[in-house]
Design a protein around this ligand. Structure first.
Ligand code: KG4
Length: 339
């Protein structure tokens, strides 16, 4: 079964054709990074306008690269939530137009579910149930993936996401957008023990995260040094900060795996591209005897292929939307698209 998938939740206009939820026939990503760079982050209205300009060409290329026409696909999957609402609406409306014109089913896909599904493409043998650490720009959560469309959140961030904290740390150090990637790069040879960052705990909820204190702490460190005229080595600050974030992610993951008696761990989302996080999880998996699945680096960021993968499993479960499908800025991963 071939699914044409569309993704426009943030700053990538993306489309793909995916076969049976596992095989990429095409995967086209048009990134807006250069356009947002001068503002130091994504400007929502600019993102929506650029999606509007690019979406037709991206979808046409995805169909062309897959050697298909709209008539050859069995469904049209689209990210409906969560994300920037203006950006989401471009993809949702475009997908609705295609579904209406072709008579093909319209399949709504939750963005975080699709990040998890990037792993079904990378690892053809991976099947639920498993534990998943989802680390993206806007979300950080630990969830049990009981089935392809059955999710149970057991830990979540109370404030900022890990990606947001990485981006803010990078910005404070004067690194260009996209911050997390550049922070990872410049920190490779830094001393990760040079600075100590707080390790927050959420009272009574051992699996929840909090990154706002870490974020404030790195901002204060850099500002205080600037005010005193002290020189900081950005590689040391970056390496220590990343180490602080990864410690929090690793600690809660260990607790979650133990408490829920899990042996299979999957990582998902943009921050799962982080080299320190990947290395730490690989080391932990060896020590603890876990089966670890990491998404291919090319599928960690936003893309259409992951939407096509999840769209396939949503379709098998009978999730099909009508022409009143709307975009949503926020949506619970556990809930159906209508709720
Ligand atoms: O999942 P994603 O592509 O977008 C959302 O759906 O939110 O994640 C984007 C986030 C950004 O915060 C970005 O800085 C972060 O992922 N990121 C990284 C790395 N690559 C992307 N953070 C740390 N290290 C990286 N290598």
């Amino acid at each position: 079964m071939k699914i044409l998938a569309i993704e426009s939740s943030c700053d990538e206009t993306a489309a793909a054709v995916v076969e049976d939820g596992r095989d990429i026939l095409s995967n086209v990503v048009s990134t807006q990074i250069e356009k947002h760079k001068i503002f130091g982050g994504v400007v929502p209205e600019i993102a929506s306008r650029l999606h509007t300009e690019n979406i037709s060409a991206v979808v046409e290329k995805a169909l062309g690269d897959a050697n298909c026409t709209l008539a050859d696909v069995d469904g049209i999957a689209v990210t409906y939530a969560p994300g920037l609402i203006g950006a989401l609406l471009v993809g949702v409306n475009y997908a609705k137009g295609l579904a209406l014109a072709s008579g093909k089913p319209l399949i709504p896909v939750h963005h975080l579910r699709s990040h998890i599904a990037a792993n079904y493409i990378t690892h053809k043998d991976l099947k639920p149930p498993f534990m998943c650490l989802v680390v993206s720009g806007g979300n950080t959560l630990l969830c049990k993936v009981n089935d392809y469309t059955d999710f149970e959140v057991i830990g979540r961030t109370r404030d900022d996401a890990a990606g947001e904290a990485m981006d803010k740390a990078a910005r404070t150090l004067g690194l260009p957008y996209p911050g997390g990637v550049n922070l990872d790069k410049i920190s490779k040879n830094g001393d990760n023990t040079k600075y100590k960052f707080p390790k927050p705990r959420v009272d009574g909820c051992p699996l929840d995260f909090s990154f706002s204190g870490l974020k404030t702490s790195v901002i204060n460190l850099v500002h205080n040094a600037n005010q005193k005229g002290d020189e900081l080595n950005p590689a040391d600050v970056g390496a220590s900060f990343i180490n602080g974030v990864v410690n929090c992610l690793a600690d809660n993951t260990i607790k979650a795996m133990d408490m829920h008696n899990e042996k299979t761990l999957v990582l998902a989302g943009g921050v799962s591209a982080n080299s320190v996080l990947r290395g730490r999880m690989e080391k932990l998996a060896k020590e603890k005897g876990w089966d670890l699945y990491l998404p291919d680096l090319s599928l960690c960021g936003d893309n259409g292929a992951m939407v096509g993968a999840q769209g396939y499993f949503e379709f098998l479960k009978g999730t099909v939307a009508q022409m009143d499908l709307n975009g949503k800025a926020t949506a619970d991963i556990e809930k159906d698209y209508k709720n």
